[in-house]
Design a protein around this ligand. Structure first.
Ligand code: FDM
Length: 210
């Protein structure tokens, strides 16, 4: 089911702290849906392949510096430049997206930037049909092989990010306990995603309002 219907695709976003399991779970969900014959693609933000994405990548690797507001706007621009997203969804492709505007707001707000200021450049982007938050304590995330050397991978900072994520939760969010065994998380994700793909058929694409 999925390949033969003519409805639009679903925009499904995974969010969570670094090392919460997003990448593994996105990959597993993608291959599960592909196996079901679903028209589906896996995306991630930041998309480091674009010109803007390369600037972000250098910043995250501590190879370049930007003012907090400047890098915030670059992350947002990196979403705005993916104009293909709406066309893909309307063309019937479901997108499983690793991070989106919520990462943008939670990470920048954790640096002390004003939340409303952080939200503003995200207004008007395509709104997700479903946001799945993989809930993992920062202490647990570190134990999972630890953080790499990127800029935000410090426990104190991740704790603040977690608090901001919490304040962003709305009716499109589902929280999964990311500390459960991988198979259990995977099972819950599959069910949420399948339901979402079916339910969004009758719903119009919306824009982030915030
Ligand atoms: N990040 C990600 C942000 O600060 N703002 C954003 O808008 C996005 C999408 O970039 F630490 C942060 C979150 C993370 C880092 O993410 C790179 P990946 O998932 O490790 O590539």
């Amino acid at each position: 089911n999925g390949s033969s219907n003519s409805g639009r695709g679903a925009l499904i976003v995974l969010e969570g702290l670094d090392r919460s399991g997003k990448s593994s779970q996105c990959a597993r969900l993608l291959s599960f849906l592909q196996g079901k014959g679903c028209q589906v693609e896996g995306w991630r933000f930041p998309d480091r392949a674009t010109g803007v994405g390369q600037m972000i990548s250098a910043y995250l690797a501590n190879e370049s510096q930007f003012d907090d507001r400047t890098i915030h706007l670059l992350f947002s621009a990196n979403r705005w430049e993916k104009t293909l997203m709406e066309r893909k969804l309307l063309g019937g492709t479901t997108l499983i997206v690793n991070r989106y505007s919520y990462s943008g707001v939670a990470f920048s707000a954790a640096k002390g930037l004003d939340i409303q200021w952080c939200k503003a450049p995200e207004v008007g982007l395509v709104a997700p049909d479903l946001v799945i938050y993989l809930d993992v304590q920062p202490e647990k995330a570190v134990e999972r092989g630890g953080y790499g050397g990127e800029r935000y991978e410090r426990i104190g900072f991740q704790k603040k990010v977690g608090e901001h994520y919490h304040s962003l939760r709305d009716s499109t969010w589902k929280v999964i306990n990311g500390s459960l065994p991988m198979e259990s998380v995977e099972e819950q994700l599959r069910e949420l995603a399948m339901n979402c793909i079916l339910e969004c058929q009758g719903k119009q694409l919306a824009n982030l309002a915030w």
